[in-house]
Design a protein around this ligand. Structure first.
Ligand code: SAM
Length: 348
Protein backbone atom coordinates (compact mmCIF):
# COMPACT_ATOMS: atom_id res chain seq x y z
CA UNK A 1 0.00 0.00 0.00
CA UNK A 2 1.20 3.47 -0.79
CA UNK A 3 1.64 6.01 1.94
CA UNK A 4 2.11 9.68 1.08
CA UNK A 5 5.03 10.51 3.31
CA UNK A 6 7.35 7.75 2.17
CA UNK A 7 6.79 8.64 -1.47
CA UNK A 8 9.50 11.30 -1.95
CA UNK A 9 12.25 8.88 -1.00
CA UNK A 10 11.39 6.62 -3.90
CA UNK A 11 13.18 6.82 -7.22
CA UNK A 12 11.36 8.68 -9.98
CA UNK A 13 9.99 6.41 -12.65
CA UNK A 14 10.46 7.37 -16.30
CA UNK A 15 7.72 9.45 -17.93
CA UNK A 16 5.11 7.36 -19.70
CA UNK A 17 5.66 7.18 -23.45
CA UNK A 18 3.10 8.78 -25.71
CA UNK A 19 2.39 5.39 -27.22
CA UNK A 20 1.36 2.35 -25.16
CA UNK A 21 3.97 -0.26 -24.28
CA UNK A 22 4.87 -2.67 -27.05
CA UNK A 23 2.58 -5.69 -27.38
CA UNK A 24 4.55 -8.39 -25.59
CA UNK A 25 2.54 -11.37 -26.75
CA UNK A 26 5.09 -13.75 -28.18
CA UNK A 27 2.61 -15.20 -30.61
CA UNK A 28 2.11 -15.00 -34.33
CA UNK A 29 -1.56 -14.21 -33.88
CA UNK A 30 -2.77 -11.01 -35.52
CA UNK A 31 -2.83 -8.04 -33.13
CA UNK A 32 -6.52 -7.55 -33.77
CA UNK A 33 -9.54 -9.80 -33.86
CA UNK A 34 -11.67 -9.97 -36.99
CA UNK A 35 -13.95 -7.40 -35.33
CA UNK A 36 -11.02 -4.97 -35.15
CA UNK A 37 -10.62 -5.26 -31.38
CA UNK A 38 -7.06 -5.54 -30.01
CA UNK A 39 -6.13 -9.09 -29.01
CA UNK A 40 -5.50 -9.62 -25.32
CA UNK A 41 -1.89 -10.22 -24.30
CA UNK A 42 -2.98 -12.83 -21.77
CA UNK A 43 -6.22 -14.78 -21.79
CA UNK A 44 -7.72 -17.99 -20.48
CA UNK A 45 -8.73 -20.46 -23.21
CA UNK A 46 -12.41 -19.67 -22.61
CA UNK A 47 -11.60 -15.90 -22.68
CA UNK A 48 -13.38 -15.35 -19.37
CA UNK A 49 -10.20 -13.55 -18.26
CA UNK A 50 -8.47 -11.19 -20.70
CA UNK A 51 -5.57 -8.84 -19.97
CA UNK A 52 -3.98 -6.15 -22.13
CA UNK A 53 -0.56 -4.59 -21.58
CA UNK A 54 -0.20 -0.84 -22.01
CA UNK A 55 -1.94 2.43 -21.24
CA UNK A 56 -5.57 1.72 -20.38
CA UNK A 57 -6.67 4.83 -22.26
CA UNK A 58 -5.42 3.32 -25.49
CA UNK A 59 -5.55 -0.43 -24.96
CA UNK A 60 -9.15 -0.60 -23.75
CA UNK A 61 -10.74 2.11 -25.89
CA UNK A 62 -11.40 -0.13 -28.92
CA UNK A 63 -12.82 -3.11 -27.10
CA UNK A 64 -16.39 -3.81 -28.25
CA UNK A 65 -17.45 -4.20 -24.62
CA UNK A 66 -16.20 -0.69 -23.90
CA UNK A 67 -17.46 0.95 -27.09
CA UNK A 68 -20.86 -0.70 -26.70
CA UNK A 69 -21.18 0.01 -22.95
CA UNK A 70 -21.43 -3.62 -21.86
CA UNK A 71 -19.40 -3.60 -18.66
CA UNK A 72 -21.34 -4.31 -15.46
CA UNK A 73 -18.74 -3.26 -12.90
CA UNK A 74 -15.54 -1.20 -13.06
CA UNK A 75 -13.08 -1.16 -10.17
CA UNK A 76 -10.19 1.30 -10.55
CA UNK A 77 -7.23 1.75 -8.21
CA UNK A 78 -5.08 4.18 -10.22
CA UNK A 79 -1.57 5.43 -9.48
CA UNK A 80 -1.94 8.17 -6.82
CA UNK A 81 0.85 10.39 -8.26
CA UNK A 82 2.88 9.81 -5.09
CA UNK A 83 6.15 9.25 -6.95
CA UNK A 84 6.02 5.54 -6.35
CA UNK A 85 8.58 3.38 -8.11
CA UNK A 86 6.14 1.64 -10.42
CA UNK A 87 7.78 -0.71 -12.84
CA UNK A 88 7.23 1.69 -15.77
CA UNK A 89 4.63 4.34 -15.06
CA UNK A 90 5.68 7.94 -14.18
CA UNK A 91 4.03 8.50 -10.80
CA UNK A 92 5.04 12.15 -10.43
CA UNK A 93 3.14 14.00 -13.13
CA UNK A 94 2.50 17.75 -12.91
CA UNK A 95 -0.91 18.26 -11.28
CA UNK A 96 -2.65 19.41 -14.48
CA UNK A 97 -1.28 16.43 -16.39
CA UNK A 98 -2.38 14.01 -13.66
CA UNK A 99 -5.90 15.46 -13.67
CA UNK A 100 -6.11 15.25 -17.48
CA UNK A 101 -4.98 11.63 -17.24
CA UNK A 102 -7.56 10.99 -14.50
CA UNK A 103 -10.47 12.54 -16.39
CA UNK A 104 -9.49 10.60 -19.53
CA UNK A 105 -9.48 7.16 -17.88
CA UNK A 106 -12.62 7.98 -15.87
CA UNK A 107 -14.40 8.94 -19.11
CA UNK A 108 -13.36 5.65 -20.65
CA UNK A 109 -14.77 3.78 -17.65
CA UNK A 110 -18.04 5.73 -17.73
CA UNK A 111 -18.39 4.96 -21.43
CA UNK A 112 -17.73 1.28 -20.76
CA UNK A 113 -20.52 0.96 -18.18
CA UNK A 114 -23.93 -0.38 -19.07
CA UNK A 115 -26.88 1.64 -17.76
CA UNK A 116 -27.09 0.82 -14.06
CA UNK A 117 -23.48 -0.42 -14.03
CA UNK A 118 -21.23 0.42 -11.09
CA UNK A 119 -17.95 2.33 -10.97
CA UNK A 120 -15.72 2.08 -7.90
CA UNK A 121 -12.64 4.28 -7.49
CA UNK A 122 -10.01 3.70 -4.79
CA UNK A 123 -8.39 7.09 -4.20
CA UNK A 124 -6.67 9.05 -1.39
CA UNK A 125 -7.60 12.46 0.03
CA UNK A 126 -5.42 14.22 -2.57
CA UNK A 127 -7.76 13.59 -5.51
CA UNK A 128 -11.10 12.42 -4.10
CA UNK A 129 -12.80 15.84 -4.31
CA UNK A 130 -11.86 16.40 -7.95
CA UNK A 131 -13.00 12.90 -8.93
CA UNK A 132 -16.35 13.22 -7.17
CA UNK A 133 -17.05 16.62 -8.77
CA UNK A 134 -15.99 15.34 -12.20
CA UNK A 135 -18.15 12.21 -12.08
CA UNK A 136 -21.16 14.20 -10.90
CA UNK A 137 -20.71 16.48 -13.93
CA UNK A 138 -19.96 19.57 -11.82
CA UNK A 139 -16.69 20.64 -13.47
CA UNK A 140 -15.95 22.31 -16.79
CA UNK A 141 -14.52 18.94 -17.90
CA UNK A 142 -17.35 16.42 -18.04
CA UNK A 143 -17.68 12.62 -18.29
CA UNK A 144 -19.71 11.15 -21.20
CA UNK A 145 -22.61 10.85 -18.72
CA UNK A 146 -22.89 12.19 -15.17
CA UNK A 147 -22.98 9.40 -12.59
CA UNK A 148 -24.97 9.02 -9.39
CA UNK A 149 -23.02 8.66 -6.19
CA UNK A 150 -24.32 5.75 -4.11
CA UNK A 151 -21.73 5.68 -1.33
CA UNK A 152 -18.57 7.46 -0.30
CA UNK A 153 -16.95 4.58 1.57
CA UNK A 154 -13.69 4.72 3.48
CA UNK A 155 -11.18 1.91 3.73
CA UNK A 156 -9.68 2.40 7.17
CA UNK A 157 -6.40 0.71 7.99
CA UNK A 158 -4.13 0.78 11.02
CA UNK A 159 -0.39 1.28 10.59
CA UNK A 160 -0.51 4.34 8.36
CA UNK A 161 2.80 6.17 7.88
CA UNK A 162 3.73 7.83 11.19
CA UNK A 163 3.67 11.65 11.24
CA UNK A 164 4.00 14.16 14.06
CA UNK A 165 3.21 17.46 12.32
CA UNK A 166 -0.32 16.51 11.27
CA UNK A 167 -2.74 13.64 11.84
CA UNK A 168 -1.69 10.23 10.60
CA UNK A 169 -3.34 9.09 7.37
CA UNK A 170 -5.30 5.91 7.98
CA UNK A 171 -7.76 5.75 5.12
CA UNK A 172 -8.37 5.66 1.39
CA UNK A 173 -11.71 6.51 -0.19
CA UNK A 174 -13.78 3.87 -1.98
CA UNK A 175 -16.15 5.88 -4.16
CA UNK A 176 -19.20 4.01 -5.44
CA UNK A 177 -21.07 5.47 -8.42
CA UNK A 178 -23.67 4.12 -10.81
CA UNK A 179 -24.73 5.10 -14.31
CA UNK A 180 -28.28 6.26 -14.99
CA UNK A 181 -29.75 5.10 -11.69
CA UNK A 182 -31.52 7.50 -9.39
CA UNK A 183 -30.04 7.69 -5.93
CA UNK A 184 -31.40 4.98 -3.61
CA UNK A 185 -33.22 3.33 -6.46
CA UNK A 186 -31.97 -0.23 -6.68
CA UNK A 187 -34.00 -0.63 -9.92
CA UNK A 188 -31.40 -0.77 -12.69
CA UNK A 189 -28.34 -1.32 -10.56
CA UNK A 190 -27.07 -4.52 -9.04
CA UNK A 191 -27.20 -4.55 -5.25
CA UNK A 192 -26.77 -7.88 -3.45
CA UNK A 193 -27.00 -6.90 0.20
CA UNK A 194 -27.56 -10.53 1.19
CA UNK A 195 -24.10 -11.52 -0.08
CA UNK A 196 -22.18 -9.14 2.18
CA UNK A 197 -24.05 -9.12 5.49
CA UNK A 198 -22.13 -9.07 8.76
CA UNK A 199 -23.10 -9.45 12.44
CA UNK A 200 -24.36 -6.16 13.84
CA UNK A 201 -22.82 -4.59 16.95
CA UNK A 202 -26.21 -4.95 18.64
CA UNK A 203 -25.95 -8.72 18.18
CA UNK A 204 -22.22 -9.27 18.64
CA UNK A 205 -21.53 -6.79 21.46
CA UNK A 206 -24.64 -5.45 23.17
CA UNK A 207 -26.84 -8.56 23.44
CA UNK A 208 -29.69 -6.39 22.24
CA UNK A 209 -32.85 -8.48 21.67
CA UNK A 210 -34.17 -5.94 19.16
CA UNK A 211 -31.72 -7.33 16.64
CA UNK A 212 -33.70 -10.60 16.65
CA UNK A 213 -36.93 -9.02 15.42
CA UNK A 214 -35.80 -6.45 12.91
CA UNK A 215 -38.17 -4.95 10.39
CA UNK A 216 -35.63 -4.05 7.70
CA UNK A 217 -35.86 -7.36 5.86
CA UNK A 218 -32.38 -8.46 6.95
CA UNK A 219 -31.87 -11.73 8.84
CA UNK A 220 -31.77 -11.54 12.64
CA UNK A 221 -28.47 -10.25 14.00
CA UNK A 222 -27.08 -9.24 10.63
CA UNK A 223 -26.69 -5.89 8.90
CA UNK A 224 -25.41 -4.38 5.67
CA UNK A 225 -21.82 -3.24 6.38
CA UNK A 226 -21.29 0.39 7.28
CA UNK A 227 -19.47 2.72 4.90
CA UNK A 228 -16.22 2.65 6.90
CA UNK A 229 -14.44 -0.62 6.19
CA UNK A 230 -11.97 -2.22 8.58
CA UNK A 231 -11.49 -5.41 10.58
CA UNK A 232 -9.69 -8.72 10.43
CA UNK A 233 -8.02 -9.22 7.02
CA UNK A 234 -8.74 -5.56 6.12
CA UNK A 235 -5.24 -4.25 6.92
CA UNK A 236 -2.63 -3.08 4.45
CA UNK A 237 -0.98 -5.98 2.68
CA UNK A 238 2.52 -5.93 4.11
CA UNK A 239 4.94 -7.86 6.33
CA UNK A 240 4.14 -11.56 6.47
CA UNK A 241 0.53 -11.18 5.32
CA UNK A 242 -0.39 -14.41 3.55
CA UNK A 243 -1.88 -12.49 0.64
CA UNK A 244 1.29 -10.53 -0.07
CA UNK A 245 2.75 -10.87 -3.58
CA UNK A 246 6.42 -10.18 -4.28
CA UNK A 247 7.28 -6.93 -6.11
CA UNK A 248 4.00 -5.29 -5.14
CA UNK A 249 3.50 -2.79 -2.36
CA UNK A 250 0.16 -1.45 -3.59
CA UNK A 251 -1.93 -4.55 -3.20
CA UNK A 252 -5.47 -4.22 -1.89
CA UNK A 253 -6.84 -6.84 0.54
CA UNK A 254 -8.92 -9.60 -0.99
CA UNK A 255 -11.84 -8.88 1.38
CA UNK A 256 -12.14 -5.36 -0.05
CA UNK A 257 -12.58 -6.62 -3.61
CA UNK A 258 -14.82 -9.47 -2.45
CA UNK A 259 -17.22 -6.97 -0.86
CA UNK A 260 -17.28 -4.81 -4.00
CA UNK A 261 -17.70 -7.69 -6.46
CA UNK A 262 -20.29 -9.60 -4.40
CA UNK A 263 -22.43 -6.55 -3.61
CA UNK A 264 -22.42 -4.86 -7.01
CA UNK A 265 -22.18 -7.60 -9.64
CA UNK A 266 -23.66 -11.02 -10.39
CA UNK A 267 -22.07 -14.28 -11.55
CA UNK A 268 -21.47 -14.09 -15.31
CA UNK A 269 -21.20 -10.27 -15.26
CA UNK A 270 -18.31 -8.47 -16.93
CA UNK A 271 -15.86 -6.77 -14.54
CA UNK A 272 -13.19 -4.30 -15.72
CA UNK A 273 -10.06 -3.08 -13.91
CA UNK A 274 -7.96 -0.59 -15.91
CA UNK A 275 -5.05 -0.69 -13.37
CA UNK A 276 -4.38 -4.34 -12.63
CA UNK A 277 -1.30 -4.01 -10.43
CA UNK A 278 -0.95 -7.36 -8.70
CA UNK A 279 -4.34 -8.42 -10.06
CA UNK A 280 -6.54 -8.46 -6.93
CA UNK A 281 -9.72 -7.47 -8.79
CA UNK A 282 -9.19 -10.18 -11.40
CA UNK A 283 -8.43 -12.80 -8.76
CA UNK A 284 -11.67 -12.16 -6.90
CA UNK A 285 -13.87 -11.57 -9.96
CA UNK A 286 -12.67 -14.82 -11.56
CA UNK A 287 -13.04 -16.81 -8.34
CA UNK A 288 -16.61 -15.54 -7.99
CA UNK A 289 -17.59 -16.58 -11.52
CA UNK A 290 -17.50 -13.15 -13.17
CA UNK A 291 -15.88 -12.50 -16.57
CA UNK A 292 -12.92 -10.18 -16.31
CA UNK A 293 -11.03 -7.71 -18.52
CA UNK A 294 -8.12 -5.58 -17.36
CA UNK A 295 -5.09 -3.59 -18.40
CA UNK A 296 -1.69 -2.91 -16.85
CA UNK A 297 1.03 -0.58 -18.07
CA UNK A 298 3.87 -2.88 -17.03
CA UNK A 299 4.26 -6.14 -18.91
CA UNK A 300 5.89 -7.83 -15.90
CA UNK A 301 3.05 -6.77 -13.58
CA UNK A 302 0.49 -7.97 -16.10
CA UNK A 303 2.22 -11.32 -16.43
CA UNK A 304 2.34 -11.80 -12.65
CA UNK A 305 -1.25 -10.60 -12.22
CA UNK A 306 -2.51 -13.05 -14.83
CA UNK A 307 -0.65 -15.92 -13.14
CA UNK A 308 -2.16 -14.87 -9.80
CA UNK A 309 -5.66 -14.77 -11.26
CA UNK A 310 -5.22 -18.37 -12.39
CA UNK A 311 -3.89 -19.38 -8.95
CA UNK A 312 -6.94 -17.95 -7.19
CA UNK A 313 -7.42 -16.18 -3.87
CA UNK A 314 -5.86 -17.00 -0.51
CA UNK A 315 -9.12 -16.55 1.41
CA UNK A 316 -12.63 -17.71 0.48
CA UNK A 317 -14.14 -14.59 -1.14
CA UNK A 318 -17.69 -15.57 -0.19
CA UNK A 319 -16.95 -16.29 3.48
CA UNK A 320 -19.61 -14.89 5.84
CA UNK A 321 -18.93 -11.41 7.21
CA UNK A 322 -17.23 -11.20 10.60
CA UNK A 323 -18.21 -8.95 13.50
CA UNK A 324 -16.09 -5.79 13.76
CA UNK A 325 -17.19 -3.91 16.89
CA UNK A 326 -14.82 -1.35 18.37
CA UNK A 327 -15.90 -2.00 21.97
CA UNK A 328 -15.51 -5.24 23.93
CA UNK A 329 -18.49 -7.52 24.27
CA UNK A 330 -20.86 -6.40 27.03
CA UNK A 331 -21.91 -8.90 29.64
CA UNK A 332 -25.53 -9.98 29.34
CA UNK A 333 -27.59 -9.00 32.37
CA UNK A 334 -30.58 -7.16 33.73
CA UNK A 335 -31.32 -3.79 32.16
CA UNK A 336 -31.84 -0.64 34.17
CA UNK A 337 -33.16 2.74 33.16
CA UNK A 338 -30.77 5.72 33.10
CA UNK A 339 -32.66 8.83 32.04
CA UNK A 340 -34.44 8.27 28.75
CA UNK A 341 -32.31 5.29 27.74
CA UNK A 342 -32.09 1.73 28.94
CA UNK A 343 -28.65 0.15 29.22
CA UNK A 344 -27.37 -3.27 30.19
CA UNK A 345 -25.72 -3.48 33.60
CA UNK A 346 -22.21 -4.66 32.87
CA UNK A 347 -20.76 -7.30 35.22
CA UNK A 348 -17.14 -6.48 35.95
C1 SAM B 1 -2.15 1.10 -7.41
S1 SAM B 1 -1.64 -0.09 -8.53
C2 SAM B 1 -3.05 -1.17 -8.57
C3 SAM B 1 -3.01 -2.16 -7.44
C4 SAM B 1 -4.09 -3.20 -7.51
N1 SAM B 1 -5.38 -2.67 -7.14
C5 SAM B 1 -3.75 -4.38 -6.61
O1 SAM B 1 -4.54 -4.71 -5.69
O2 SAM B 1 -2.71 -4.97 -6.81
C6 SAM B 1 -1.73 0.80 -10.02
C7 SAM B 1 -1.20 0.02 -11.21
O3 SAM B 1 -1.57 0.75 -12.40
C8 SAM B 1 -0.54 0.63 -13.35
N2 SAM B 1 -0.72 1.76 -14.27
C9 SAM B 1 -0.32 3.03 -14.10
N3 SAM B 1 -0.71 3.79 -15.13
C10 SAM B 1 -1.41 2.98 -15.97
C11 SAM B 1 -2.07 3.20 -17.21
N4 SAM B 1 -2.12 4.39 -17.79
N5 SAM B 1 -2.69 2.16 -17.79
C12 SAM B 1 -2.65 0.92 -17.22
N6 SAM B 1 -2.01 0.65 -16.05
C13 SAM B 1 -1.40 1.68 -15.43
C14 SAM B 1 0.74 0.65 -12.52
O4 SAM B 1 1.80 0.03 -13.23
C15 SAM B 1 0.33 -0.12 -11.26
O5 SAM B 1 0.65 -1.48 -11.36
Amino acid sequence: MRTPSDAPSRRRAPRAPAKPARDPAPSARPAETSAGAPRPDFATPDERVRVWVGDCRERLADLPEVRNSQVDLVFADPPFNWNRAYDKWDDALPEREYLDFTYAWLSLCVRALRPGGALWVNIPDDWAAEIVCFLKGRLAERPPAPLTMQNWCVWHYRFGQNTTSRFINSKVHALYFTKDAASNDVGGRTWNADKVLEPSDRASTYNDPRTLSKRDGMPAGLRVPMDVWYGRHWGRIQGNNKERRPQHDNQLPEVYLARVVLATSNPGDLVLDPFLGSGTTGVIAHALGRRFIGSEFSKENAQRAFARILEGPIRAPDAPGEPNPIFPKRAAGPRRATGARSVAVAKR
